[in-house]
Design a binder for this molecule. Structure first.
Ligand SMILES: C[S@@+](CC[C@H](N)C(=O)[O-])C[C@H]1O[C@@H](n2cnc3c(N)ncnc32)[C@H](O)[C@@H]1O
Length: 330
């Protein structure tokens, strides 16, 4: 597997103006987006129009980017306090790398002059302080080589030299040589099944300060629930929650997200759970934001273990939540 595709320097020269060319406010992201980039990502049509699907997608990504801006800037102050290191962000299950590109276009140092100029013009008039661009390095982790190849090509055309595209499973991304020992921010947007768990494991192992997750479908927990259904139905009325297959799936997703929150709390993160955008845009709409404080909650670890026991999910303690074992009484 080709693990790393980085934009080459050779094409950056012709490309740079693309990102800085026409910029406009699109779908909620005030502060200007590159029209050329949105067209290249096929979010805008050649004529500059948005179709219904891309409008929905853009609205979600832009909303997430807006929510991320404050915490990212806060985090960047810490990360760049020595003036040497860029803020590192790793996006898991990047797909076409919409999130990475839009973040980099908006905040990356490549755009410093364009974005700063825009900020000065638009905010200065209202007396608000202008916002500076950050030194940003974005790693996009994706298992489909053709998407990685395309994104790398696009980044070359736009001169986005701070973006790297890694064709690797999230589970293996942490061990790559090009991946720093620690990272600042981890994201996973619409990460299917256990990909969100791999992103969490990656984030914890790399001491990420911020994690943004929008989990998608979940199958692993549902499969465990299904396998223990017959055993539990005579044991506890709780088993009614997963007697019907449709409920098994829904409960599997819900329980998994609840357990992910407890896990992160047990490992020293403060977690908030909100809706990303209204349900009319997507059924997969739960946004989990975790911020590292270092305060590990023992109660969260205990509750997680109790939940695993009550729902017959103990195997997950070994596979997904093994890091809390050290916080439990022997
Ligand atoms: C539903 S798409 C979401 C894409 C993107 N985050 C977005 O919101 O537009 C999930 C992506 O994760 C990738 N993927 C699935 N499992 C993966 C894994 N274990 N490691 C890396 N990428 C994975 C898929 O190929 C797919 O592109």
């Amino acid at each position: 597997m080709n693990t790393s595709v980085t934009p080459s320097k050779g094409r950056a020269k012709a490309a740079r103006p693309l990102a800085q060319h026409a910029r406009l406010d699109v779908e909620g992201l005030v502060g200007q987006q590159s029209v050329a980039l949105l067209k290249a990502l096929h979010i805008l049509t050649r004529e500059g129009q948005l179709n219904q699907d891309s409008r929905r997608k853009l609205k979600q990504v832009n909303h997430l980017v807006q929510l991320m801006e404050g915490p990212l800037r806060e985090c960047a102050v810490g990360a760049q306090s020595d003036g040497l290191h860029p803020l590192t962000l790793v996006d898991h299950g990047a797909g076409k790398s919409y999130l990475g590109f839009i973040l980099y276009d908006r905040f990356g140092s490549q755009n410093a002059s364009a974005h700063l100029a825009t900020s000065l013009e638009s905010k200065g008039a209202e007396g608000e302080p202008a916002k500076s661009a950050m030194a940003l390095q974005v790693f996009c982790v994706e298992s489909r080589p053709e998407l990685v190849e395309k994104s790398a090509q696009l980044a070359r055309e736009f001169g986005f030299t701070g973006m790297k595209f890694l064709n690797v499973l999230s589970h293996d991304a942490g061990a790559l040589l090009e991946m720093p020992a620690t990272v600042d921010v981890v994201t996973a947007l619409h990460a299917c099944d256990s990909l969100s768990d791999d992103a969490i494991e990656f984030a914890v192992s790399k001491e990420a300060k911020l994690i943004f997750l929008v989990p998608c479908c979940q199958a692993e927990t549902a499969a465990l629930l299904k396998s223990n259904r017959a055993l539990f139905i005579n044991k506890t009325p709780l088993a009614e929650l997963w007697r019907h297959p449709l409920h098994t799936r829904e409960l599997g997703s819900q329980l998994t997200n609840v357990m992910r929150c407890l896990y992160l709390e047990a490992l020293g993160y403060v977690v908030t759970v909100t809706e990303l955008v209204g349900w009319e845009h997507s059924m997969k709409n739960e946004l989990m934001v975790a911020k590292f404080t270092g305060q590990k909650k023992k109660l969260a670890a205990q509750r997680l273990v109790e939940l695993l026991g009550q729902f017959g999910l103990q195997p997950l303690l070994e596979t997904r939540f093994s890091r809390i074992k050290e916080h439990l009484p022997p």
